[in-house]
Design a protein around this ligand. Structure first.
Ligand code: GLC
Length: 557
């Protein structure tokens, strides 16, 4: 294996600190046996102001305590099901078997999971590759099951790929860019394994994945939290990898907003869907990656430079998102009554949004109680669509205030039919159709209304919903969603996505045995069984970041 040798990795099961859940009583979450979990103050709890450089505090001093050792189960046994007294659902065993079949090896070492193992599909396209974003739920499943090796190998392999020179035609991409996906080519005669990677130069649409680097950082933190092995994140290679990713998004330019400007198709929604500009998915991942880096960057000269920039950006970003992306009944009413063409610092309607551009559907969709981060905010443009990933990650990263997190959960409950329907979870709501679909998607036949990225239902999102539910103390919402998934997923062969207004139909071009549908289900189950896993992918609210919005109806009633 390339990269640093295995250091002091302890063979521990994946339990981690529960400190990030200190805000509420765990017992409320569980009608199941109460877990014996140590509560500790972790590094994540330290406020940003404490972290500004010059205080001379190390970044990792509490890492030592972020896991509690436990026995590892046999290789094929899901540890989480044996650890507690739950009767595992019959689907769980099938899911583990399928997940293991998707493992990709490089020189005999597991390095990732293939996107889909669909032998029936005629078109392979790039589904035989290891996608960075797709591997995240697989990685979490392995970590939760006490199998960190594949995650470590993946992190190191992708780090090597980051070092490649990346070109699209004659244009050289930024040094820090992480690949969307990679593939291992086996030559049985020469007995060699070769890697090929795609940074956007082969991808449909030729867009570089902005989310890959962020997921990489988030996964490095999950690995560290889960195993207690700090030797990996502390290696000069990992520190440099993080800094390179951060340089790409913290560089100064012409921006007037702290949000990150992106092209269409640069994330999970990897085709034109009108999400260019400042899409919520990227802003939430950006925020989470910044906070995760803050806990892992070393306080040396190079690290400190970044830490200072991150702290400033986090303050500005959370203010911007909580103020301008947030929509609830009150905010909608305010926007509806906006004056336009205001000039100067006193403007209320800062981005000059014309109230006539508010789509009709949002007036009916908005419950009296509840709210969400809208899809995009830029000059004279608010994309009012709901995007599940961005909202769930915003909760997990504590980009939302606790009140906003609750309001998002209220919205999901009161708009269950629209956002969940018969198969969790709609990637976006509502779908765009007719003329708008032609203009916005460029007549994309895969993204027709209520299909694929255009209002399709993606089982992979179940893990993020479950994590958000646990964090907000609403596990019953996750249970309801998991029940729905259990009625169909296995029977339908673990499809990539479902179509239709209620998500009743297996997606027109959906792959079967889509790995992240399988892994997403497993992660959701393990999170519910043992909520202490949440600490891997959740960050507690920074008490120093004060809510900026006045209390509105959705928070108080
Ligand atoms: C599709 C999805 C993308 C995913 C890839 C592999 O292109 O849009 O998000 O990473 O398939 O599953």
């Amino acid at each position: 294996m390339d990269g640093p040798k295995e250091g002091g990795l302890r063979n521990v099961s994946s339990t981690c600190s529960i400190s990030e859940m200190d805000d509420f009583d765990l017992s409320r979450l569980l009608d199941k046996p109460r877990l014996n979990i140590e509560r500790q103050r972790s590094f994540d709890e330290r406020s940003l102001s404490e972290l500004s450089i010059g205080l001379g505090r190390g970044g990792h001093d509490n890492y030592e305590n972020t896991y509690s050792p436990g026995a590892r189960s046999g290789f094929d046994t899901p540890a989480s099901s044996t650890r507690n007294s739950f009767e595992p659902h019959p689907m769980v065993a099938d899911a583990w078997e399928s997940l293991r079949k998707s493992i990709v090896y490089f020189k005999g070492q597991p390095v990732g999971t293939i996107a889909a193992v669909d032998h029936a599909s005629e078109e392979v396209l790039n589904y035989d590759q290891v996608f960075v974003r797709d591997f995240v739920p697989s990685a979490l499943a392995f970590l939760m099951n006490g199998e960190p090796e594949i995650v470590k190998n993946f992190l190191l392999k992708t780090l090597l790929l980051q070092g490649w020179e990346k070109r699209i035609d004659r244009f050289k991409l930024g040094e820090g860019a992480m690949p969307a996906s990679f593939k291992v080519l086996h030559d049985p005669e020469r007995k060699t394994d070769t890697l090929i990677a795609d940074f956007g130069e082969s991808a449909i649409g030729r867009v570089a994945p902005v989310d890959s680097g962020f997921w990489w950082i988030i996964l490095l933190r999950a690995y560290t939290k889960s195993t207690g092995d700090m030797t990996l994140s502390e290696t000069p290679e990992c520190q440099k990898g993080m800094r390179l990713i951060l340089s790409l998004c913290l560089s100064e330019g012409f921006d007037t907003f702290p949000t990150l400007l992106c092209a269409d198709g640069c994330s999970m929604i990897d085709r034109r869907m009108g999400v260019y500009g400042y899409p919520i998915e990227i802003q939430s991942l950006f925020f989470m990656a910044l906070r995760s880096s803050l806990s892992m960057l070393k306080h040396d000269t190079e690290g400190n430079e970044f830490i200072e920039k991150i702290v400033k950006r986090l303050h500005a970003l959370s203010f911007h998102m909580r103020s301008y992306f947030w929509l609830d009944f009150q905010q909608l009413n305010d926007i509806y009554r906006y004056k336009t063409e205001e000039y100067s610092h006193t403007a209320v309607n800062k981005f000059n949004v014309i109230p006539d551009s508010i789509p009709d559907w949002v007036f009916d969709f908005m419950p009296t109680r509840g709210g969400y981060f809208i899809g995009n905010v830029s000059p004279a443009r608010m994309d009012f669509r709901w995007f599940a990933l961005g909202n769930c990650v915003a909760i997990l990263a504590s980009l939302t205030t606790p009140e906003q997190s609750m309001a998002i959960m209220d919205l999901i409950e009161s708009r269950w039919e629209e956002l969940v329907g018969e198969m969790p979870l709609k990637i976006a709501y509502p779908a765009i159709e007719s003329h708008e679909w032609r203009i916005v998607t460029g007549c994309d036949p895969k993204n027709t209304r209520w299909s694929y990225h255009n209002g399709g239902s993606w089982p992979v999102l179940l893990w993020m919903l479950t994590a958000a539910c646990i964090k907000t103390g609403r596990p019953q919402i996750a249970r309801r969603a998991i029940d729905l998934a259990e009625q169909r997923l296995l029977k339908d062969g673990w499809p990539e996505y479902y179509d239709g207004k209620l998500g009743r139909y297996v997606g027109k071009q959906a792959r079967k045995y889509q790995t992240w549908s399988i892994a997403g289900y497993l992660v959701a189950k393990m999170l519910l069984e043992d909520p202490s896993h949440l600490g891997m992918i959740s960050l507690e609210e920074d008490k120093q970041m004060k809510p900026v919005l006045k209390r509105s109806s959705s928070w108080t009633c």
